[in-house]
Design a protein around this ligand. Structure first.
Ligand code: ADP
Ligand code: MG
Length: 821
């Protein structure tokens, strides 16, 4: 008790040494008590003094030590937000920005209008906001608007160890901004917070900091965690293995929460289902725990569904079509799992020796999923104590590794894998792959078990496999396209941010999209090299940089106003930007009954998509017409959860699209003085000629993603049947069976991206006409003399389209928006 009192006085003492006033915070007693247990509180004085004396401070401490929730409060109390300046906190993950802003508002007993968040699609910032949590991408956009970030008095870059691209860039930019602000007499502070991993990457980097910033280490009270490796060679089916291990822990080991790490949403849901079935848990009053804090609209819908006699909203078939509902597959149940695990001979051979207490097998298991697409209200449940007498079991993806600390975890089950998006810079092929994680990550995961008492971590792989893991996960910049970043840096007139070779292809793309000026093709090698390094941004590039989407989409928006196509262009771009708008149906079914239900839904949804794709010109817009049709139909039905559920659309994605449409419409109106697009959720379908125009707009934006079907007479190898040739790949790519153009097989198509699953499949396919190519994409053409080759012809060797040069084609640009600078 006495020690705690000490700390309280210490808190007041440093407040006195701050130049600004001390801003009192009225916390609830139980919150105050919980705070005092956090290791970071013991360092408040040291941290605040370091911040006062230095422009930039690095703070590292174990996950869960209280950095994210407490440091913004220290700064607030010390008066950093009292003179009108904001305290900004950036997070690499959206989940963390939202969840942490709520937590801090709650701890400080302040409204979310004061402690707010802003992520790309949403936010609750008001004019009274003092502490603002945001994703790092949001802050980068703000740097573009106001390079000095004058709104802010402090910026905290959180989770710097994650090495997200934006984090890396922001640290680079902010180190300069802080210096500039000081020069102007408007001082600003920068705090970099990180788990205890590789801080030297920042501090020792001479390009970032001439004098390395001070590093404060928070010693966390970490209890010992015993690590148990699987003795056997790693099992292929780690999901089943994770389920079994969790069952064993629950049956045999003393009380304490269990945290299971898997790689993706589908796996998490499947394990949750199986655990709930194996250990049924029935809360007394509510029959459906999931409903407790669902948004009102969703709850209403579920109630209605339970009543079972709902009628469909009438949909104007002249506008967007919706199939009538057949009652059969309406009622989707959680899958039932018939697998019998009782007979499993797997022993928990490595069970802790110290388990003297005998576990009670009749204790209920309170199972909660946690992944980033989960609704925030559902996510928040993991922080609340489990119902009395029940054991908490959280089945999570990587979000539980460092961003969110779940209280009361004593056992960790680690599958050792992580799902990552990989991107091949040369070919532009993206794929999600489940790979082994790194040693640093595996140790982070294990650490989650030792927060409140000694714990245990069960690794579903052998120690030999562990020693083969790489030491750290590589920075994100090696795994994603960087063209959007290069464009944004160019817009800030920063020519060379990293100077690494990895950026060449991004720059090349921007040149070909017309966003950067083309470097001279002749001259001395050195001069050309120098010119290439500083290709300045073009007016089109500036317009593109104003849109919060990647350059290909930004170009579509810049061209979208031809023939009144802007509302459609905005909708298509919004839909392409949002992660997966259709409900995922490829999840493994756990019973025959479920699998036939899934098949039924699949058939219905594919019928729906055909309807949305339409006929004639519409159909040639392909998968993008399906997106447009889906959004259009959904908005005609007022975007209800019911409509989404019945038509295989993700409700959350549809809401995101609606928000993004509004945001992009505003952006377009702000950038183009003469655009005058209005925000109207309901829009009439495009006319035939507008669809043709839309296909051209799409081609202009996705021009580097051009593919040509291999003609029968060119077939050398049967594997090329129905295959398409792209400039950079040696292998054929295909139109996915779920695509609207699967049967049409147009000669030329552009695609949104290539995903590699069983084959290389193009996603988001749209048919284009050969004779548009020289007009819209002269960069990709090889022009012959006027007398030869009249029809455009695609050369697989050069990856270029050969065609006759026609003066009407070449350099006849479309009308660009009048851009206000
Ligand atoms: P760090 O940033 O150092 O990893 P945090 O500030 O995120 O640590 O977490 C500090 C503590 O606050 C943890 O014990 C965590 O469980 C708790 N916490 C975070 N969010 C919530 C919440 N929404 N409800 C209850 N406790 C929370
Ligand atoms: Mg944190």
């Amino acid at each position: 008790e006495e020690k705690r009192e000490d700390k309280k006085t210490a808190v007041h003492k440093i407040d006195n040494c701050q130049p600004a006033v001390f801003i009192p915070v009225d916390r609830l007693p139980e919150i105050q008590e919980a705070r005092l247990k956090l290791p970071v509180l013991a360092e408040e004085q040291v941290i605040m003094e370091a911040v006062k004396e230095n422009d930039c401070v690095v703070l590292c401490g174990e996950t869960g030590s209280g950095k994210t929730t407490q440091v913004p409060q220290f700064l607030y109390e010390a008066g950093y937000a009292s003179a009108g300046g904001l305290i900004g906190v950036t997070e690499p993950r959206r989940v963390a920005a939202v969840s942490m802003s709520h937590r801090v508002a709650n701890e400080m007993n302040l409204s979310t209008g004061v402690v707010s968040y802003q992520i790309r699609f949403e936010g609750n910032v008001t004019k009274d906001t003092k502490i603002k949590f945001m994703t790092d991408g949001v802050l980068l956009k703000e740097v573009q608007k106001d390079f000095l970030l004058q709104k802010y008095s402090v910026i905290i870059i959180d989770e710097a160890h994650e090495r997200s691209v934006y984090t890396d860039i922001l640290i680079g930019l902010l180190s300069r901004i802080v210096a500039l602000r000081n020069k102007k007499g408007l001082p600003m502070k920068l705090l970099i917070m990180s788990a205890t991993l590789r801080v030297e990457d920042f501090t020792e980097n001479k390009r970032l900091f001439r004098i390395p910033p001070p590093v404060i280490k928070v010693e966390a009270r970490q209890f010992p965690v015993t690590v148990h490796f699987n003795k056997r060679t790693p099992m292929e089916d780690y999901v089943a293995e994770a389920f079994r291990k969790t069952c064993k822990i629950h049956r045999m080991l003393p009380p304490g929460g269990i945290l299971v790490f898997l790689t993706g949403q589908a796996e998490v849901q499947s394990v949750c289902r199986r655990l709930r079935k194996a250990f049924p848990y029935r809360p007394k009053n509510t029959q459906n725990t999931e409903m407790e804090d669902a948004p009102e609209e969703l709850r209403k819908f579920k109630r209605q569904k339970q009543k079972k006699s709902v009628s469909l909203p009438r949909i104007d078939l002249n506008n967007y079509s919706a199939l009538p509902v057949d009652e059969g597959d309406e009622d989707r149940q959680a899958g039932v799992d018939d697998e019998d695990d009782e007979g499993s001979d797997l022993d928990l051979g490595d069970q802790p020796e110290d388990s003297e207490e005998k576990a009670d097998p009749s204790i209920p298991l309170y199972v909660l999923p946690l992944y980033s697409l989960l609704a925030p209200e559902q996510q928040a449940k993991v922080f609340r104590p489990p119902p009395p007498g029940a054991r908490l079991c959280v089945v999570a993806t990587n979000v539980a590794e460092t961003s969110l600390t779940i209280p009361g975890i004593k056992y960790v089950v680690d599958c050792g894998r992580v799902k990552k998006r990989f991107y091949d810079r040369v070919t532009g092929v993206s794929s999600f792959k489940v790979t082994w994680t790194s040693q640093a990550s595996a140790n982070q995961r294990a650490g989650r078990a030792g927060r409140t008492e000694a714990g245990h971590c069960y690794r579903l792989y052998s120690s030999a496999v562990f020693s083969d893991f790489s030491e750290f996960s590589e920075a994100e910049i090696t795994r994603r396209p960087v063209d959007d970043l290069v464009l944004q840096m160019k817009d800030l007139n920063i020519e060379k941010v990293w100077g690494s070779g990895a950026l060449m292809s991004a720059e090349q793309l921007l040149i070909s999209l017309g966003a950067l000026e083309e470097p001279p093709r002749q001259g001395r090698m050195v001069d050309m090299e120098r010119a290439r390094l500083s290709c300045p941004i073009t007016p089109l590039g500036r317009a593109m940089a104003a849109f919060p989407v990647s350059p290909r989409y930004a170009k579509m928006l810049a061209l979208g106003r031809q023939q009144g196509c802007m509302p459609y262009t905005i909708t298509i771009v919004a839909a392409m930007t949002v992660r997966e708008i259709f409900e995922e149906l490829d999840r493994p079914a756990s019973s025959e009954e479920e699998s036939s239900k899934l098949a039924g839904r699949k058939a219905r949804f594919s019928q729906m998509r055909r309807l949305w794709a339409g006929q004639g010109q519409s159909l040639l817009l392909g998968d993008l017409m399906v997106l447009l049709g889906a959004v259009g139909a959904c908005e005609f039905a007022s975007c209800t959860p019911k409509f989404c559920e019945e038509n295989g659309l993700r409700y959350k994605a549809m809401l995101e699209i609606r928000r993004l449409r509004g945001q992009l419409t505003n952006a377009v109106n702000a950038v183009c003085s003469d655009a005058g697009v209005c925000v109207d959720n309901k829009m009439a379908p495009p006319t035939e000629s507008q669809v043709v125009c839309l296909r051209q707009i799409v081609l202009a934006g996705l021009g580097d993603h051009l593919a040509r079907r291999v003609q029968t007479e060119e077939l050398l190898d049967p594997k090329w049947r129905n295959g398409y040739k792209t400039p950079l790949l040696d292998e054929p790519v295909f139109i996915h069976p779920s695509s609207a153009l699967h049967k049409e097989l147009p000669e030329f198509v552009v695609y949104q991206e290539i995903m590699e699953t069983t084959k290389m499949y193009m996603r988001g396919v749209c048919a284009v006409q050969a004779d548009w190519i020289p007009k819209l994409l002269p960069q990709y053409c090889h022009f012959s003399g006027p007398e030869q080759s009249p029809a455009p012809w695609y050369c697989t060797v050069s990856g270029k389209v050969k065609c006759r040069q026609q003066s009407t084609f070449f350099r006849v640009g479309w009308k660009l928006p009048a851009i206000e600078m």
